[in-house]
Design a binder for this molecule. Structure first.
Ligand SMILES: [Fe+2]
Ligand SMILES: [Fe+2]
Length: 193
């Protein structure tokens, strides 16, 4: 078992992947991304959002400076990511898997309805940049997740959850931007003649 089989159970922080994904079949990499990283986000994001909402209510006026704007940025990022993951799972990933299967079976693949895989990839890259922007804004708002003097304990679990989410997202986006997408583009050039 590699350490990225279950990198972010509640017991521990996300760890760097140890599998060499540059050599595994793309369908395995896609399965890993969906099962580990997409599922993690779908589980954790609503929990964090709920925690933030409860805290803003509980702290009232004292939440105005940091938690209220933090909740705004987080909710927008969450909604964008939900949408983004759906696009990956319904359009881009199935296309990559199909292209790989055709290539392995020696069947000439038809060009996709979106012209080339570069087009949806370009859209996904823009989405990823938007996620990075949100992560940066949240770090800025919380002063790098530094616990405040007041209501320290209340912030602790929340900030920890947000930092774990950031680490996981960085691994997730690295796997897509730096491994899956370049390999999918190379595969498309080989498969579609
Ligand atoms: Fe993804
Ligand atoms: Fe993505």
């Amino acid at each position: 078992m590699t350490s990225d089989t279950n990198p972010h159970g509640r017991a521990g922080a996300p760890s760097l992947p140890t599998t060499d994904w540059s050599k595994k079949p793309l369908r395995e990499l896609i399965g890993h991304i969906v099962q580990q990283h997409h599922e993690y986000l779908r589980e954790e994001m609503p929990t964090i959002e709920e925690g933030l909402e409860l805290m803003t209510v509980k702290l009232g006026e004292r939440a105005r400076g940091t938690l209220v704007p933090l909740l705004d940025v987080f909710t927008e990022m969450k909604n964008e990511l939900d949408d983004h993951m759906r696009k990956e799972e319904m359009i881009l990933f199935p296309f990559i898997e199909r292209t790989e299967r055709y290539f392995e079976e020696g069947i000439p693949a038809e060009p996709p309805p979106f012209g080339t895989v570069r087009n949806p990839i370009q859209t996904m890259l823009i989405d990823h940049d938007s996620t990075f922007d949100a992560l940066k804004q949240m770090r800025h708002l919380t002063n790098g997740y530094t616990l405040p003097g007041e209501d320290r304990e209340a912030h602790e679990a929340l900030y920890k959850g947000l930092e774990e989410l950031e680490s996981d997202l960085r691994i997730h986006i690295h796997l897509e931007n730096d491994i899956l997408f370049p390999r999918a583009q190379a595969l498309e050039s080989d498969a579609i003649r």
